[in-house]
Design a protein around this ligand. Structure first.
Ligand SMILES: [Zn+2]
Length: 295
């Protein structure tokens, strides 16, 4: 299928109370594991890319790989830019064929975040693609941005309402609700009450950042509470490296590169498939496609 915007995908997920897996791709092999894992389970999926990864490979190669892989499967795939605070990078992604982007103005004071997010909202609306915007400060490391645990701030409810009112067609909203990027050191303290308050006031699907390391009960509660996009990055990176290292340990004399690539692929794909099942989006592609076709 051609790449599609994240917005109808996530509206469907919000209505159906399931979560769409949003995996941070690393290279072609990783994008292939995400898209083919989703296809095998008939699940809609989001392939997202960090700014660092886009800059490493280049805009056109990344868009080209994902578009080509999506064309070979029969499930909806969106290509999304993860956490970005640089409008020039966003413009280049839009030109290269991204079907959604995230503007992360969470480090800015409220009014500046709103003004810049609105600027990007106009760009994404004109391009007919989806936008994700963030409020509050999600803890942990994302690209080169580090938010210490004591600096991570839950989103302010009144600001969330005022913010989303200005952008009714936001594809997905990312309020900080206590989850963090990276591996959790202790038990994450998820603010379910804040999530419930936000979703009762705002009819926009919610993004759950920092999905790696949450347990099934936490996923279930967040998804039932309105989280329609669940981000996984850290575990995918771990599988990428582990898939390689494990084979090298098992067969230290193996010099052929392809078995290593296959081993990485299998490790990443197994994790993608297990998370898709955990989020309840397996077998959801046929209904999502039918509804989108009818709209
Ligand atoms: Zn994030």
């Amino acid at each position: 299928m051609p790449l599609i915007s994240m917005r109808p995908l996530l509206k469907q997920a919000q209505a159906g109370k399931y979560g769409v897996a949003a995996y941070n791709m690393i290279d072609y092999n990783s994008a292939r594991s995400i898209i083919e894992g989703a296809a095998q389970l008939e699940a809609p999926v989001i392939v997202q890319v960090s700014v660092k990864t886009v800059k490493h490979w280049g805009y056109k190669p990344v868009a080209g790989w994902v578009r080509m892989l999506a064309d070979t499967v029969d499930v909806p795939v969106a290509l999304h830019l993860d956490h970005c605070n640089d409008i020039e990078v966003i413009k280049r992604c839009i030109d290269a064929g991204w079907t959604s982007v995230m503007f992360d103005g969470s480090a800015l004071p409220f009014q500046q975040n709103l003004a810049k997010s609105l600027e990007v909202y106009k760009l994404t609306e004109a391009a007919g693609i989806g936008l994700e915007a963030e409020m509050g400060a999600i803890g942990g490391v994302e690209d080169d941005k580090f938010v210490a645990e004591d600096k991570a701030l839950l989103a302010n409810f009144d600001e969330c309402v005022a913010f989303c009112k200005e952008m009714p067609k936001l594809a997905v909203f990312a309020p900080a609700i206590g989850t963090a990027h990276g591996f959790y050191k202790g038990e994450p303290k998820i603010a379910y009450d804040l999530l419930a308050k936000i979703t009762s006031a705002i009819d926009i699907p919610i993004a759950l950042h920092g999905g790696t390391g949450l347990n099934q009960e936490q996923f279930d509660r967040c998804i039932a509470g309105g989280c329609a996009k669940v981000n996984i990055s850290t575990m995918h990176k771990h599988c990428f490296i582990d898939g390689f290292v494990k084979l090298k340990q098992e067969k230290p004399k193996l010099e052929e590169p392809l078995p290593f690539i296959q081993s990485q692929y299998e490790a990443m794909k197994a994790d993608v498939m297990s998370m898709i099942r955990a989020f309840g989006s397996d077998r959801k592609a046929p209904a999502a496609k039918a509804t989108m076709a009818a709209q």
